[in-house]
Design a protein around this ligand. Structure first.
Ligand code: CKU
Length: 608
């Protein structure tokens, strides 16, 4: 039960109480809290909203930049009528590691900051009373955990994080926390796979439970009419005249899963399910057998003050902007997002390339934020002593991401790494291991990919072949040959593309990143880099190149919005490659994209 990642639902057998709100919070720089019994009460707490990142709430730099242990604490009431059931505390995430205590007793720990986990509270909670929940969180970075980075100690003794990645290391309890009541005999997992035969659909399903009683699965259409039913822990739901889920035209069925004993319902769960298929065929991407050209964004969970704390106002605004601009897809760069985002994508008809937090897996000078620059280290990233430990963690995270997200119609592909080092054959076994594992885990066998960094070229990259479609991150005209040199950038870009054309076989390519830092305040004629005019010229050049190759089947610009990064000479208070500002207002480029994407047919390049 504890390892179930099903999204919390209230049904005839289940209860959910939100624990979000103001909690107590305290930094623990000396890591003394466990020994000093802070799990029974924090000595000097301040108040802190949950969910949120703690970083941008404080007004002093030491608090914002804090690295190390910190504690959260709240009281929660367990209704007496829940006795006899399992009581669970469900965290949407805690970044990056967590140890959970209930009434002073440690009940679970978790590693990895972007996926849910459960703390079993049965046995330690008191019914009809208030109980104490304490969480010891740590936000330090290392090379054995995702995302990769280092933690350094300044000469004043304070620890700071040195991310090997280009986004701020926001931390805290950043997603909702829920108190659940679940029956002792319960549904722990539910998986669907779709087969479309002319007008009908056969949905194969598997249900996992903690007991032996029978299972019934019933499908209802959007109006609430029953359309199919099947008994057993595995089976097939035959839906006649199935309404398919599609881009910008979503249709969601409700699937109700029950454990039954005669007339008695022992457990009940439901989920909303879109019926669709997604495949790579030749050089095309096919949704329900029809060609689709991807257009959209690499995104971040990032907003003013909230950091990476889930904020449904921002999530909703982002979807409104993505609809307005004519996009159909986004990548959850560089970590799995909050579950609420995937449900909204299901409801709005958006396609998601779902990414693990595997970012920063590179030793190189282009990894401009790396702590080890200039140390002359010679080992490649995937031949370190610690690589097996990292691989084990990466497999765990991949497993949980697929387990959590596998039923979403919106999720069309898995992005297993972002910009790893791939120019040496020592990387290949690491990649093969994970790509095989993804296929093993996903009954829908969604295509797998990873984002290829700009130094990994057709004649140097040793790993692109593992991808079902190849995803390129390219910055011709920004990091190389920018400004007045943009015509050389275009030439160099085309040369690289010709290199891929010669070796790619039939495989489709998409762009998962291309972009230019642009200040919302800057205009200049003629353009200079960082001005809005240059962003437009840069985009025109890139789109000219994309449009010349039929096997380029998608364009996800970097980034949807400006976002916070670590401070430094490469960044003007954050990465400014947004098409929207961090406040979600359009730069000139937004109108540029709207004109392009509104005019490209859904199946652009489909007839070639
Ligand atoms: C983006 C070498 C390029 C690194 N890449 C990854 C992404 O996380 C960054 O934000 C490019 C950038 O803007 O540099």
């Amino acid at each position: 039960m504890v390892s179930s990642l099903l999204y919390p639902r209230v049904t005839s057998t289940r209860r959910v109480i939100s624990l979000d709100g103001m909690w107590n919070f305290q930094f623990d720089p000396a890591s003394e809290g466990v020994a000093a019994n802070w799990a029974n009460g924090l000595p000097a707490p301040v108040s802190m909203p949950v969910p949120s990142s703690f970083c941008d709430i404080f007004t002093d730099k030491d608090s914002r930049e804090y690295a190390g242990d910190f504690w959260y604490e709240t009281d929660f009431f367990v209704p007496g009528e829940w006795e006899g059931n399992e009581v669970v505390i469900r965290f949407g995430s805690a970044t990056h590691t967590a140890r959970v205590f209930i009434n002073g007793t440690e009940v679970c720990s978790h590693v990895g900051g972007f996926l849910p986990f459960n703390a079993l509270a049965t046995g330690v909670v008191k019914y009809n009373e208030y109980n104490k929940l304490s969480v010891l969180v740590n936000n330090e970075l290392s090379e054995t955990m995702l995302p990769c980075g280092a933690t350094q100690t300044l000469s004043n003794g304070k620890k700071v994080c040195a991310p090997y990645f280009d986004f701020y290391n926001y931390a805290g309890i950043q997603r909702p926390v829920k108190l659940l009541m679940i029956p002792k005999e319960s549904i722990t997992d539910f998986t669907v796979n779709h087969n479309i035969n002319d007008a009908d659909a056969d949905v194969d399903y598997t249900v996992e439970t903690t007991g032996e009683n029978n299972v019934v699965v019933t499908a209802y259409d959007a109006k609430g009419n029953q359309v199919a039913e099947s008994c057993g822990k595995t089976g097939t739901l035959h839906i006649e005249n199935a309404k398919l889920w599609n881009v910008h035209a979503p249709y969601l069925y409700k699937f109700v899963v029950k454990i039954v004993d005669g007339d008695k319902v022992i457990d009940e769960y439901y989920d909303t399910i879109g019926i669709r298929t997604f495949k790579v065929e030749g050089e095309k991407l096919l949704l329900n057998g029809k060609h689709v050209y991807l257009r959209g964004f690499g995104k971040h969970e990032d907003a003013d003050i909230r950091g990476r704390g889930l904020d449904m106002v921002t999530v909703k605004r982002d979807f409104e902007l993505m609809k307005w601009i004519g996009s159909n897809c986004f990548r959850t760069s560089h970590y799995p997002y909050a579950e609420e985002v995937y449900y909204m994508a299901d409801e709005e008809g958006f396609l998601i390339i779902d990414e693990t937090p595997a970012v920063g897996l590179m030793e190189s000078t282009m990894n401009f934020l790396a702590a080890n620059q200039g140390t002359g280290k010679k080992v490649t990233f995937f031949e370190k002593e610690t690589t097996p430990v990292l691989l084990e963690h990466h497999r765990e995270v991949l497993k949980d991401m697929i387990k959590r997200d596998k039923n979403h119609a919106s999720v069309i592909a898995w992005s297993i790494l972002n910009e790893p080092e791939t120019n040496h054959e020592t990387a290949t076994p690491y990649f093969e291991n994970l790509f095989d594992y993804a296929h093993e885990l996903d009954v829908q066998k969604r295509p797998r990919t990873f984002a290829v960094v700009m130094m990994s070229l057709p004649h140097t990259c040793k790993c692109w072949q593992v991808s079902d479609f190849v995803s390129l991150n390219r910055y011709y005209g920004w990091y190389v040959m920018g400004g007045a040199d943009i015509s050389d950038a275009e030439e160099a870009f085309r040369q690289e593309m010709d290199g891929w054309a010669a070796i790619r076989g039939e495989r489709p390519f998409i762009f998962t990143e291309y972009g230019a830092d642009t200040l919302g305040s800057e205009h200049k004629l003629p353009s200079v880099m960082w001005s809005q005019e240059y962003q437009d010229e840069y985009l025109d050049m890139n789109h000219r190149v994309f449009d010349s190759y039929d096997w380029v089947q998608g364009e996800l610009v970097w980034n949807f919005a400006d976002f916070q990064t670590t401070e430094g000479i490469m960044r003007a208070n954050g990465n400014k490659k947004g098409i929207f500002t961090r406040q979600r207002q359009p730069k000139d480029a937004a109108f540029h994209f709207k004109a392009r994407w509104d005019s490209l047919p859904v199946d652009y390049k489909g007839d070639k």
